[in-house]
Design a protein around this ligand. Sequence first.
Ligand code: AHM
Ligand code: MG
Length: 297
Amino acid sequence: MTDPDPIVEAVFDAVAATAPEIRDALPGRRVESGTENPSGETVLAGDMYADELLAEALGAVDGVGSFVSEERPEAVDVGGAVGEGAYAVAIDPLDGSSNLRSNNAMGTVVGIYDAPLPASGRTLVAAGYVLYGPITTMVVADERGVREEVVERDGDGDDPGVTRSVVDDDLTLPDQPTVYGFGGRVPDWPDAFREYAREIENELKLRYGGAMVGDVNQVVTYGGVFAYPALVDAPDGKLRLSFEANPIAYIVESMGGASSDGSGSILDVEPDGLHDRVPLHVGNEELVDRLESALDE
Ligand code: AHM
Ligand code: MG
């Protein structure tokens, strides 16, 4: 097996180290912060807290040249030159944060790019996500494959450590898909997507919780398809290419699955801006191929 990239490992160590702190801070941060993010969405105190913790932790990693967050308008320069030995790390600090009020799953999404952002997903060297579910897990994809880890505190006091325990060192998508989850309101879906969804409903079970990380993790675990499609009034959908779609596409493709913006791999989408949105469809290859055929008719 190839040796791990030390910068990538340090980034995931830093993300894992902040995960218990982010989790502990959530109960008191369910309220709105009074600001909007660059996508015009209300920011919760939890989003801001997670963003600040991750900025600090990732900015301190040697080899991270740029910290880029869904909650910040611009990339923040934190070290060496990106593309010349240093990486750009893109973060969605608290994905699915509207689930804070209803106390449901949320996550943190990480993409490690070897190019200044915005850049195509083909420049990703690794990606991962933390899932704050009943347990805290982290799924990590790099050139060596995809792993699932449990992240736990291993001590008390002012500076407790964090243990990353691998529970599956070779995650692949199950061959027999069983679940699906599609975002947005049914009346807002374009006709072709609605017809595809009707077919899928007859084959798979609905699992939708409103946090991309939680819903994608259902597909990662059981096989199936997750989508936040183009909407009639929002042809680019809701999810952001750099912070959400590219990292998730990289992970699912690394597991033997497929991703699509409706016509080709998400990783081939060329961005114009840092906060570009894109329709996202990921899952078993056969289901994503059928989606592309349905949208093409
Ligand atoms: P967020 O990063 O601001 O939380 O927004 C992204 C979330 C995704 O986790 C989820 O798939 C989607 O928004 C759900 O949107 P909706 O509430 O419109 O179904
Ligand atoms: Mg998000």
